[in-house]
Ligand binder design. Structure first.
Ligand code: SAH
Length: 182
């Protein structure tokens, strides 16, 4: 009986989520997500859902990255393509240059020589960030590596070389969100 009561109580707890209108008006964290040639629609949808959760300013879908509306994106975005601001950009180098000029620090989330481990990177509350995630096979395009200010990497101890890009983004965006949230 006690167990039943506890279950009922847990279930009745309201999650108290924002309406679409309230979300659009609400404060965002100063982070832009830039997807560089991400191929999978399920990954793109998942990235939207996580970006909604962590109040990301905007998502840029670059190059071949598929754009909403699409059934396969919707499967994992679950409506987050309506709440999170997004734009498609073909010319990623030009986009990065413009965002740099607007004062954003350009962060490549990638495993490269000399990258900083996520837990060692001091996230600055006064700073605006662009976080770039790369293609599922190729990683971040060679042609933009020289435009990136710093690289951060999630340490791994298993047998696989990398994480799924949307899983990686979940970990990284949580780190930014918890540091920047006012
Ligand atoms: N270059 C990888 C494959 C890319 S994984 C390989 O050789 O296996 C797709 C994207 O996920 C990467 O471009 C990067 O943005 C991100 N990613 C995956 N695992 C990561 C990690 N451990 N640290 C940082 N970024 C990672």
């Amino acid at each position: 009986m006690q167990q039943q009561e506890r279950v009922e109580k847990l279930k009745l707890e309201s999650l108290n989520r924002k309406s679409l209108e309230d979300y659009k008006e609400s404060e965002k964290i100063p982070v832009i997500v830039l997807l560089d040639q991400v191929r999978s629609m399920h990954n793109v949808g998942s990235l939207f859902r996580t970006s909604d959760a962590f109040a990301i300013e905007k998502i840029y879908l670059c190059g071949i990255t598929p754009c909403p509306p699409h059934r396969e994106i919707q499967k994992t975005a679950l409506g987050a393509t309506e709440s999170v601001e997004w734009e498609h950009q073909e010319n990623i180098s030009e986009l990065i240059t413009n965002l740099k000029n607007e004062g954003y620090i350009i962060v490549g989330v990638e495993q490269v020589k000399g990258s900083i481990l996520l837990q060692d990177y001091p996230i600055n509350k006064e700073q605006k960030y662009v976080l770039i995630f790369g293609n599922e096979v190729e990683g971040i395009s060679d042609s933009i590596l020289h435009l990136i200010d710093i690289f951060i990497e999630i340490p791994q101890s298993g047998t696989k070389h990398s994480l799924n890009v949307s899983v990686c983004a979940g970990i990284v965006l949580w780190e930014w969100y918890r540091n920047l949230l006012r």
